[in-house]
Design a protein. Sequence first.
Length: 579
Amino acid sequence: MMISRRKFLAFLATSLAASRSHGQGVASRNVPAQPRGKPSGIPFLARFTDITRTAGLRYPTIYGPTDHKDYIIETVGCGCAFLDYDNDGWVDVVVLSGSRVSGAPEGTSNRLYKNNRDGTFTDVTERAGLLRTGWASAVTVGDYNNDGFDDLFITSYGQNTLYRNNGDGTFSDVTKQAGLLDSQVRWGAGCSFVDYNLDGHLDLFVSNYLEFDFAHTRKPGEDSNCQWKSVPVNCGPRGLPFSRHSLYRNNGDGTFTEVSEQAGIARVAPGYGMTVVAADFDNDGWPDVYIACDSTPSLLFRNKHDGTFEEVALLCGAALSQDGMEQAGMGVGIGDVTLNGRLDIFKTHFADDTNILYLNDGQGNFEDHTIQSGLGVETRFVGWGAGIVDLDNDGNPDLFFVTGNVYPEVESKVPAYPFKTPRVIFRNLGGAKFEELLDAGPGISEVHASRGCAFGDFDNDGDVDVLIVNLNEPPSLLRNDLKGNNHWLKLKLVGSRSNRTAIGARVTCSYGKKRQAQEVIAQSSFYSCNDQRLHFGLGNAATANLDIRWPSGTKQSIANVKADQILTVREPTARSKPE
């Protein structure tokens, strides 16, 4: 009897789950790096400079001690966001922070920095009402009440928080009023605003990492899940209990109702959920939800158009590696790397493993294209925040990710695994082929223990800059000093019949002989939210044609759009064609 490859992988995943307790706490395939090929020699015109100090982003992200980690909660870290909270056309910055078991240093808090429009930022955290100390994880940005101002939802260990933007530069904690208070301690992880039922109101999807209790967690080295490279380290995630994931429906009146059970989310074996991405992977006009899972198969919840979801990651090829192995999924980049109008997935993993590139067949089925794409040459680092973004505006989206180990104790005993490591760029050569760039400016080569990162154009000069969270250091703001004459186009979408932030809107941009799809999403990378203005590098094309599919179903086409501008597009109030 013939067995399909996907059924075999599902069987293999079940077998792996049964034997997890015998391995180390985190999944790694222990694969050697592929040999590097000859460099292409094609100039890369983007260079990155760390301007954090002059920009005024001065507060460190506190997350556990600097020289050791006794608990897994001290290792994971948190995310960040670009957002325009005051609607002035310039993206501002949110940087999350954690704490320490011994007590947080003075000044520890999540931070909001206002963009001064001159390359500098002002810390407005206290004035905005966002001072908060705790173990923050992820942030998602969206206008949940459709009042024209983007709100914030921040997950944490203990209690997640919904901040309503008051429109006057301040935020209010409305978690209780909105019905989002948890009755028990949970470890909120990835989160995303998503209009899953297409009613024009943003709902919330939250992944929960695992069940954690300081009082009952084993100490470093106490069992096989507390060892790495024969060095005693903090325990987990394997050996610790799963937590379930949650879907909250927006009631349209400022409140939410948990519908995890009714929607089919709570019925699925959850795994150790991390970054959440809500996007339409099967091109049917309805948003799906992908969760990168740590050391367990990743999850893909396919939207069934009736308020329910079906988990299909194993069947669709997006749960495991090509050889059927679990990986330590942390960060997720979403984009159209092959320029065929489909959303592909780039997912980061642990050291001694490849990061993975899944190519989409257009119907939500994925193939692991990692080795063929040239990504197998890099296996040294623990990968976190990631993006599929066009860094040099040549019209071919590149891959960027940040790195940093989780075990500061290991470096002194096994020097090949340093705690602080560099950022990584794989430039897109076309045809789903990439090459790693070993010199793209000091902002790339400098070493940090990084976690979340967000992509956006903070100086409105038409290229993609990067904001990065570093543990126990200030963030890094990498300014892209792009040279050359490549063109670009940036789109801010504003919903009318759809949700105001236009989350879930799909834009297909045609330029020259290329065609690229992007979608407005509310979380990707690692626990982070990008500038929600869609950025297209156009290469030498001076104009572009746009096809927009709004979440409401309205379709809109705009021809001969001039390059090198930030264009605001508002959703038509009537459908262009009936459903």
